[in-house]
Ligand binder design. Structure first.
Ligand code: DHB
Ligand code: FE
Length: 315
Protein backbone atom coordinates (compact mmCIF):
# COMPACT_ATOMS: atom_id res chain seq x y z
CA UNK A 1 0.00 0.00 0.00
CA UNK A 2 1.22 3.51 -0.77
CA UNK A 3 1.31 5.91 2.17
CA UNK A 4 1.90 9.57 2.83
CA UNK A 5 4.82 9.85 5.20
CA UNK A 6 5.21 13.60 5.46
CA UNK A 7 4.27 17.04 4.26
CA UNK A 8 6.53 19.93 3.41
CA UNK A 9 5.67 23.57 2.82
CA UNK A 10 7.86 26.12 1.16
CA UNK A 11 7.67 29.50 -0.53
CA UNK A 12 8.29 29.59 -4.26
CA UNK A 13 9.73 33.08 -4.80
CA UNK A 14 10.98 33.18 -8.42
CA UNK A 15 14.07 35.23 -7.46
CA UNK A 16 15.23 32.18 -5.45
CA UNK A 17 15.30 30.29 -8.75
CA UNK A 18 17.18 33.15 -10.40
CA UNK A 19 19.74 33.14 -7.56
CA UNK A 20 20.33 29.43 -8.17
CA UNK A 21 20.46 29.72 -11.94
CA UNK A 22 22.86 32.68 -11.81
CA UNK A 23 25.13 31.06 -9.17
CA UNK A 24 24.46 33.71 -6.55
CA UNK A 25 23.43 31.46 -3.67
CA UNK A 26 26.63 32.28 -1.75
CA UNK A 27 25.85 36.00 -1.53
CA UNK A 28 24.86 36.97 2.03
CA UNK A 29 21.32 37.94 1.04
CA UNK A 30 20.72 34.52 -0.51
CA UNK A 31 22.87 32.45 1.81
CA UNK A 32 20.48 33.42 4.61
CA UNK A 33 17.65 31.81 2.63
CA UNK A 34 19.43 28.70 1.37
CA UNK A 35 21.03 27.84 4.73
CA UNK A 36 17.56 27.35 6.09
CA UNK A 37 17.01 24.44 3.71
CA UNK A 38 20.29 22.58 4.30
CA UNK A 39 18.77 20.36 7.00
CA UNK A 40 15.68 19.85 4.87
CA UNK A 41 17.78 18.47 2.06
CA UNK A 42 19.36 16.03 4.50
CA UNK A 43 15.93 15.09 5.81
CA UNK A 44 14.51 14.35 2.37
CA UNK A 45 17.63 12.45 1.29
CA UNK A 46 17.00 10.17 4.27
CA UNK A 47 13.22 10.04 3.86
CA UNK A 48 13.72 9.03 0.21
CA UNK A 49 10.18 9.54 -1.06
CA UNK A 50 9.23 7.38 -4.02
CA UNK A 51 6.86 10.08 -5.24
CA UNK A 52 6.24 13.75 -4.44
CA UNK A 53 2.81 15.29 -4.92
CA UNK A 54 3.63 18.93 -5.60
CA UNK A 55 0.75 21.27 -4.80
CA UNK A 56 1.61 24.60 -6.41
CA UNK A 57 0.12 27.40 -8.44
CA UNK A 58 0.71 28.18 -12.06
CA UNK A 59 1.56 31.83 -12.75
CA UNK A 60 -0.04 32.19 -16.20
CA UNK A 61 2.53 29.78 -17.67
CA UNK A 62 0.55 26.62 -18.49
CA UNK A 63 -2.76 28.42 -18.14
CA UNK A 64 -3.94 31.96 -18.75
CA UNK A 65 -7.13 33.94 -18.29
CA UNK A 66 -8.53 31.80 -21.12
CA UNK A 67 -8.55 28.61 -19.09
CA UNK A 68 -8.62 28.68 -15.28
CA UNK A 69 -8.89 25.23 -13.71
CA UNK A 70 -9.38 25.35 -9.96
CA UNK A 71 -7.53 22.07 -9.38
CA UNK A 72 -5.43 20.66 -12.25
CA UNK A 73 -3.73 17.30 -11.72
CA UNK A 74 -0.71 16.45 -13.89
CA UNK A 75 -1.25 12.94 -15.24
CA UNK A 76 1.52 13.09 -17.88
CA UNK A 77 4.82 11.20 -17.88
CA UNK A 78 6.77 14.44 -18.21
CA UNK A 79 6.20 18.12 -17.50
CA UNK A 80 8.47 20.46 -19.46
CA UNK A 81 9.84 23.57 -17.77
CA UNK A 82 7.89 26.69 -18.78
CA UNK A 83 9.46 29.74 -20.38
CA UNK A 84 8.44 32.55 -18.01
CA UNK A 85 9.83 35.29 -20.21
CA UNK A 86 13.59 34.70 -20.12
CA UNK A 87 13.78 31.09 -21.31
CA UNK A 88 12.96 27.92 -19.38
CA UNK A 89 14.91 27.58 -16.12
CA UNK A 90 17.91 25.25 -16.53
CA UNK A 91 16.47 22.58 -14.24
CA UNK A 92 15.62 18.97 -15.05
CA UNK A 93 12.32 18.19 -16.70
CA UNK A 94 9.77 17.08 -14.08
CA UNK A 95 8.94 13.41 -14.51
CA UNK A 96 5.49 12.38 -13.37
CA UNK A 97 3.93 9.15 -12.15
CA UNK A 98 1.06 8.57 -14.59
CA UNK A 99 -0.16 5.40 -12.88
CA UNK A 100 -0.47 6.90 -9.42
CA UNK A 101 -1.81 10.15 -10.88
CA UNK A 102 -4.53 8.28 -12.79
CA UNK A 103 -5.40 6.38 -9.63
CA UNK A 104 -5.64 9.62 -7.65
CA UNK A 105 -7.78 11.13 -10.41
CA UNK A 106 -10.20 8.21 -10.31
CA UNK A 107 -10.45 8.05 -6.53
CA UNK A 108 -10.69 11.81 -5.95
CA UNK A 109 -13.15 12.50 -8.77
CA UNK A 110 -15.39 9.65 -7.62
CA UNK A 111 -15.15 11.28 -4.19
CA UNK A 112 -16.76 14.31 -5.85
CA UNK A 113 -13.74 16.58 -6.30
CA UNK A 114 -13.94 17.56 -9.95
CA UNK A 115 -10.30 17.79 -10.93
CA UNK A 116 -9.07 18.94 -14.33
CA UNK A 117 -6.69 16.31 -15.72
CA UNK A 118 -3.64 17.50 -17.61
CA UNK A 119 -1.94 15.05 -19.94
CA UNK A 120 0.21 17.92 -21.17
CA UNK A 121 1.36 20.75 -18.93
CA UNK A 122 4.40 22.95 -18.47
CA UNK A 123 5.46 23.79 -14.94
CA UNK A 124 6.85 27.11 -13.70
CA UNK A 125 8.71 28.52 -10.67
CA UNK A 126 5.73 27.64 -8.48
CA UNK A 127 6.89 24.03 -8.64
CA UNK A 128 10.54 24.18 -9.65
CA UNK A 129 11.71 26.54 -6.88
CA UNK A 130 10.40 24.32 -4.03
CA UNK A 131 11.95 21.29 -5.79
CA UNK A 132 15.30 23.12 -5.82
CA UNK A 133 14.99 24.13 -2.19
CA UNK A 134 14.35 20.54 -1.11
CA UNK A 135 16.50 18.62 -3.60
CA UNK A 136 19.19 21.14 -4.59
CA UNK A 137 20.21 21.23 -8.22
CA UNK A 138 20.60 17.61 -9.34
CA UNK A 139 20.91 16.43 -12.94
CA UNK A 140 17.59 14.61 -12.54
CA UNK A 141 14.99 15.09 -9.81
CA UNK A 142 15.43 12.11 -7.49
CA UNK A 143 11.83 10.90 -7.75
CA UNK A 144 8.69 11.34 -9.85
CA UNK A 145 6.60 14.39 -9.04
CA UNK A 146 2.84 14.61 -9.57
CA UNK A 147 1.96 18.29 -10.01
CA UNK A 148 -1.33 19.58 -8.67
CA UNK A 149 -1.89 23.13 -9.87
CA UNK A 150 -4.34 25.21 -7.84
CA UNK A 151 -5.82 28.48 -9.04
CA UNK A 152 -4.89 31.19 -6.56
CA UNK A 153 -4.25 33.83 -9.21
CA UNK A 154 -7.67 34.66 -10.60
CA UNK A 155 -10.65 35.23 -8.30
CA UNK A 156 -12.26 33.02 -7.01
CA UNK A 157 -9.66 30.62 -5.63
CA UNK A 158 -10.86 27.56 -3.72
CA UNK A 159 -11.53 27.96 -0.01
CA UNK A 160 -9.06 26.74 2.58
CA UNK A 161 -11.66 24.25 3.76
CA UNK A 162 -12.11 22.82 0.26
CA UNK A 163 -8.34 22.49 -0.03
CA UNK A 164 -8.14 20.70 3.32
CA UNK A 165 -10.89 18.28 2.30
CA UNK A 166 -9.16 17.65 -1.04
CA UNK A 167 -6.02 16.76 0.91
CA UNK A 168 -8.03 14.14 2.79
CA UNK A 169 -9.38 12.73 -0.48
CA UNK A 170 -5.84 12.57 -1.88
CA UNK A 171 -4.70 10.67 1.17
CA UNK A 172 -7.52 8.16 0.74
CA UNK A 173 -6.53 7.78 -2.91
CA UNK A 174 -2.85 7.23 -2.11
CA UNK A 175 -3.69 4.68 0.58
CA UNK A 176 -5.77 2.65 -1.84
CA UNK A 177 -2.89 2.37 -4.34
CA UNK A 178 -1.57 -1.17 -4.11
CA UNK A 179 2.14 -0.53 -4.68
CA UNK A 180 4.29 0.11 -1.63
CA UNK A 181 5.26 3.75 -2.21
CA UNK A 182 6.38 6.45 0.20
CA UNK A 183 4.76 9.73 -0.75
CA UNK A 184 5.62 13.24 0.44
CA UNK A 185 3.20 16.09 -0.26
CA UNK A 186 4.57 19.58 -0.91
CA UNK A 187 2.34 22.58 -0.21
CA UNK A 188 3.96 25.62 -1.78
CA UNK A 189 3.64 29.39 -2.08
CA UNK A 190 3.34 32.06 0.62
CA UNK A 191 3.99 33.25 3.14
CA UNK A 192 2.85 36.85 3.51
CA UNK A 193 3.46 38.97 0.42
CA UNK A 194 1.81 41.44 -1.86
CA UNK A 195 3.49 42.35 -5.12
CA UNK A 196 1.34 45.15 -6.44
CA UNK A 197 -1.05 47.91 -5.38
CA UNK A 198 -0.90 50.26 -2.44
CA UNK A 199 0.20 47.60 0.00
CA UNK A 200 2.99 46.21 -2.24
CA UNK A 201 5.81 44.92 -0.05
CA UNK A 202 3.53 43.97 2.84
CA UNK A 203 4.93 41.30 5.15
CA UNK A 204 3.20 40.21 8.36
CA UNK A 205 5.56 38.02 10.36
CA UNK A 206 3.26 37.85 13.36
CA UNK A 207 0.52 36.35 11.20
CA UNK A 208 2.98 34.01 9.47
CA UNK A 209 4.29 32.56 12.75
CA UNK A 210 0.76 32.04 14.03
CA UNK A 211 -0.15 30.37 10.72
CA UNK A 212 2.81 27.99 11.06
CA UNK A 213 1.83 27.17 14.66
CA UNK A 214 -1.75 26.45 13.63
CA UNK A 215 -0.68 24.48 10.59
CA UNK A 216 0.94 21.97 12.90
CA UNK A 217 -1.44 22.00 15.85
CA UNK A 218 -4.75 23.42 14.79
CA UNK A 219 -5.20 23.32 11.01
CA UNK A 220 -9.00 23.33 11.33
CA UNK A 221 -8.73 26.92 12.54
CA UNK A 222 -6.94 27.84 9.31
CA UNK A 223 -9.66 26.25 7.21
CA UNK A 224 -12.08 28.82 8.63
CA UNK A 225 -10.04 31.82 7.40
CA UNK A 226 -11.86 33.61 4.60
CA UNK A 227 -9.98 34.81 1.53
CA UNK A 228 -10.56 38.36 2.73
CA UNK A 229 -9.00 37.66 6.13
CA UNK A 230 -6.05 35.88 4.52
CA UNK A 231 -5.45 38.73 2.10
CA UNK A 232 -5.94 41.43 4.71
CA UNK A 233 -3.41 39.80 7.02
CA UNK A 234 -0.96 38.22 4.58
CA UNK A 235 -1.31 40.39 1.48
CA UNK A 236 -3.05 39.70 -1.82
CA UNK A 237 -0.62 36.95 -2.81
CA UNK A 238 -0.66 35.54 0.71
CA UNK A 239 -3.82 33.76 -0.42
CA UNK A 240 -1.41 31.19 -1.93
CA UNK A 241 -1.34 29.66 1.53
CA UNK A 242 -4.66 27.90 0.97
CA UNK A 243 -2.50 25.42 -0.96
CA UNK A 244 -0.69 24.48 2.23
CA UNK A 245 -3.99 23.17 3.56
CA UNK A 246 -4.12 20.50 0.83
CA UNK A 247 -0.83 19.19 2.16
CA UNK A 248 -2.08 19.43 5.75
CA UNK A 249 -5.36 17.69 4.96
CA UNK A 250 -3.37 14.77 3.56
CA UNK A 251 -1.65 14.20 6.92
CA UNK A 252 -2.77 12.81 10.27
CA UNK A 253 -4.66 15.11 12.62
CA UNK A 254 -1.70 14.94 14.98
CA UNK A 255 1.70 15.27 13.34
CA UNK A 256 5.28 15.77 14.40
CA UNK A 257 6.74 19.08 13.37
CA UNK A 258 10.32 18.12 12.71
CA UNK A 259 11.62 21.34 11.21
CA UNK A 260 10.71 24.95 10.73
CA UNK A 261 12.43 27.87 9.07
CA UNK A 262 11.32 31.44 8.53
CA UNK A 263 13.16 34.41 7.12
CA UNK A 264 12.25 37.78 5.62
CA UNK A 265 12.42 38.89 2.98
CA UNK A 266 13.25 37.06 -0.20
CA UNK A 267 12.34 39.50 -2.91
CA UNK A 268 8.90 40.71 -1.71
CA UNK A 269 8.03 37.62 0.25
CA UNK A 270 8.33 36.03 3.68
CA UNK A 271 9.94 32.63 3.25
CA UNK A 272 8.26 30.04 5.44
CA UNK A 273 9.07 26.37 5.51
CA UNK A 274 7.93 23.49 7.67
CA UNK A 275 8.28 19.71 7.66
CA UNK A 276 5.52 17.65 9.25
CA UNK A 277 5.74 13.89 9.65
CA UNK A 278 2.90 11.47 10.06
CA UNK A 279 3.22 9.36 13.17
CA UNK A 280 3.80 5.90 11.87
CA UNK A 281 3.39 3.37 14.62
CA UNK A 282 6.66 1.73 15.56
CA UNK A 283 8.69 4.00 13.31
CA UNK A 284 11.80 5.75 14.47
CA UNK A 285 11.54 9.48 14.96
CA UNK A 286 12.83 11.91 12.40
CA UNK A 287 16.42 12.28 11.42
CA UNK A 288 16.31 16.06 11.77
CA UNK A 289 18.33 16.73 14.88
CA UNK A 290 17.40 19.47 17.28
CA UNK A 291 20.48 21.54 18.06
CA UNK A 292 19.05 22.21 21.49
CA UNK A 293 18.91 18.48 22.21
CA UNK A 294 21.98 17.21 20.38
CA UNK A 295 25.08 17.16 22.59
CA UNK A 296 27.33 19.28 20.47
CA UNK A 297 25.63 21.59 18.02
CA UNK A 298 28.08 22.78 15.42
CA UNK A 299 28.96 26.46 15.67
CA UNK A 300 27.61 26.91 12.15
CA UNK A 301 24.23 25.56 13.15
CA UNK A 302 24.15 27.62 16.32
CA UNK A 303 24.86 30.73 14.31
CA UNK A 304 22.27 29.85 11.74
CA UNK A 305 19.66 29.16 14.39
CA UNK A 306 20.28 32.43 16.14
CA UNK A 307 20.59 34.56 13.06
CA UNK A 308 17.73 33.14 11.10
CA UNK A 309 15.25 32.07 13.72
CA UNK A 310 15.55 28.45 12.73
CA UNK A 311 13.47 26.37 15.06
CA UNK A 312 13.91 22.69 15.25
CA UNK A 313 11.02 21.52 17.29
CA UNK A 314 11.69 17.83 17.70
CA UNK A 315 14.46 15.37 17.21
C1 DHB B 1 7.30 37.01 -5.85
C2 DHB B 1 6.69 36.03 -5.09
C3 DHB B 1 5.84 35.12 -5.69
O1 DHB B 1 5.17 34.15 -4.99
C4 DHB B 1 5.61 35.18 -7.05
O2 DHB B 1 4.84 34.24 -7.60
C5 DHB B 1 6.21 36.17 -7.82
C6 DHB B 1 7.06 37.09 -7.21
C7 DHB B 1 8.25 37.97 -5.22
O3 DHB B 1 8.39 38.02 -3.99
O4 DHB B 1 8.93 38.70 -5.96
FE1 FE C 1 3.57 33.16 -6.34
Amino acid sequence: MARIIAGVTSSHVPAIGAAIDNHRTGEPYWQRVFEGFERSKEWIAKAKPDVVIGVYNDHASAFSVEIIPTFALGTAAEFPIADEGWGPRPVPVVKGHPQLAAHIAQSVILDEFDLTLCNKMEVDHGLTVPLNLMFGTPKEWPCPVIPLAVNVVQYPPPTGNRCFMLGKAIRKAVESYPEDLKVVVFGTGGMSHQISGQRAGLINSKFDHAFLDDLTKNPKKLTRLSHLELMREAGAEGVEMVMWLIMRGALDDKVDEVYRFYTVPASNTAVGHIILENRIRGAKKSAVKSPSKSKKPTPKLKRAAAAQKIQRIRS
